[in-house]
Design a protein around this ligand. Structure first.
Ligand code: HAM
Length: 438
């Protein structure tokens, strides 16, 4: 292959500074819908880390590759994710998969390191790339980023509500609360679902001829997923199907009522959507999605719920668990661009000695003050360097030329204010900047 033709992989965009973020040419996404530049990512990531800390969650980092069996056993063999979307690496004796989500990896790591033994409460967060071979479109990528949290050994519904409150706070802080809404549902307990499944199969079998070919397969493999179908021809049939929410056992019902009460007390608006079944098999009781109408078919911005049976299913003790994951790309598409961090001082160096002096002075400033200082090292005349300072959006230009070096001062030019330039002695720089940037 001609080296010039080596491009990034379809659905895995590069994220760049300065309005340069490019999609791969194969991605069928309009340029206008492109992801924001790296500054918005940095801003959001900082906010996510802060909110995780404020709510008492600790970071966990797990490898990108896991044994494929982990995802088969947790997410479920019949789900779209496992049956057709995983990036699989076959190494002969062992087969690995690039993680399509974080919950399974988190549980695996907790079990491996004894983090949730003996009912120990554990609250963890992660912010990592995930991989799913879906057809790329607006808001849907093959490498995407999730911020996730998982809490173990708390039975809720208080913890369920608190995790939802955490997202509500985040969306408010990001000014997105008007663009998204919360939809909740309960999938009941295992037994509730078993009994419901019988009813649902009976209903769909009675209406077998109305099902499409995909739903006919799902009727055998995972009948609840028929409720997730996007086929408009099935809408009425699905609307009239028996609802799990109306067939909950007493415990699951009380849990759901408890959750609704706490959300109401917290003033968090929600609606009950009995069609939320989620695309992963491990859920029980509470499930929810924060959805938007602004991203076409990719409506879920964040989603989660309880998975009280998963730890045991993966070989641990019975451990209640609940969590969510937020898709950074979808949040960023709703947020739009963020300005890059401002530059406080741009050093203009008019000869080689000036460059060394500027580096020395800027190092001394950095020892004392937390400022953004850029030193211009690539030469050019005063006009060219001043232009660079303006395009970096700097507040001050510190000019160092022959005369300045001789008399040990800096010519300070105010780039954002209408003030005359001044001469500032080297010895007074820190005092001046301390007061100016205060
Ligand atoms: P999920 O619904 O599969 O749940 O994914 C969570 C979020 O990740 C979605 O709401 C969406 O924002 C984002 N996402 C998923 N797929 C893509 C994609 N192809 N491109 C861009 N964004 C995407 C989970 O992954 C569960 N592990 C959540 C969870 C954590 N439940 C309990 N704990």
């Amino acid at each position: 292959m001609d080296l010039k033709n080596i491009k990034s992989v379809k659905g895995m965009p590069d994220l760049l500074p300065n309005k340069l973020t490019k999609r791969t040419s194969e991605d069928k996404i309009k340029q206008a819908d492109k992801l924001p530049d790296i500054y918005a990512w940095q801003f959001l990531e900082k906010k996510l880390k802060k909110i995780a800390e404020v709510y008492g969650y600790e970071e966990i980092r797990t490898p990108v590759l896991e044994q494929i069996e982990l995802f088969k056993r947790s997410i479920g063999n019949e789900t779209d994710i496992v049956s057709k979307e995983m990036f699989v690496i076959d190494r002969g004796e062992q087969t690995f998969a690039m993680r399509p989500e974080g919950t399974a990896s988190c549980v695996r790591a907790c079990l491996e390191h004894g983090l949730i033994r003996n009912s120990q409460v554990q609250q963890l967060w992660y912010l990592s790339p995930m991989f799913r071979a879906e057809e790329p479109q607006l808001g849907r990528y093959r490498q995407f980023h999730q911020f996730g949290i998982e809490a173990f050994n708390l039975t809720g519904p208080d913890i369920d509500a608190m995790q939802i409150a955490m997202l509500a706070r985040l969306f408010k802080e990001l000014n997105l609360i008007d663009k998204i809404r919360l939809e909740i549902n309960s999938l009941g307990d295992l037994n509730d679902r078993k009994q419901y499944k019988v009813k649902l199969i009976e209903y769909f079998e009675q209406n077998y001829d109305l099902l499409d070919s995909e739903s006919k397969i799902r009727l055998k493999t995972n009948p609840l997923r028929i409720l997730d179908s996007k086929n408009p021809k099935l809408k009425e049939l699905i609307n009239n199907a028996p609802k799990l929410i109306e067939n909950l056992g007493l415990d699951a019902k009380q849990h759901f009522e408890g959750l609704k009460n706490i959300l109401t007390e917290l003033n968090i608006k929600f609606s009950v959507n009995s069609k939320i079944v989620r695309g992963l098999d491990y859920y029980n009781r509470t499930v929810y999605e924060w959805v938007t109408d602004d991203l076409g078919a990719q409506s879920a911005v964040a989603a989660g719920g309880r998975y009280d049976a998963l730890v045991e299913q993966l070989g641990g003790q019975s451990t209640p668990a609940v969590g969510f994951a937020l898709g950074l790309e979808r949040v960023l598409l709703l947020m739009g661009e963020i300005n890059k961090p401002k530059v406080d001082v741009y050093f203009i160096c008019l000869n080689n000695i000036a460059k060394i002096t500027a580096i020395k002075i800027s190092e001394e400033i950095k020892n004392k003050l937390d400022l953004n200082l850029h030193v211009h090292l690539s030469g050019g005349n005063l006009k060219k360097q001043l232009k660079k300072a303006s395009s970096a959006d700097a507040s001050l230009a510190f000019i160092l030329g022959e005369e300045e070096l001789e008399k040990s001062y800096i010519t300070v030019k105010y780039l954002k204010e209408d003030k005359p330039q001044i001469n500032l002695l080297f010895a007074e720089v820190i005092k001046f900047l301390g007061e100016y940037c205060g």
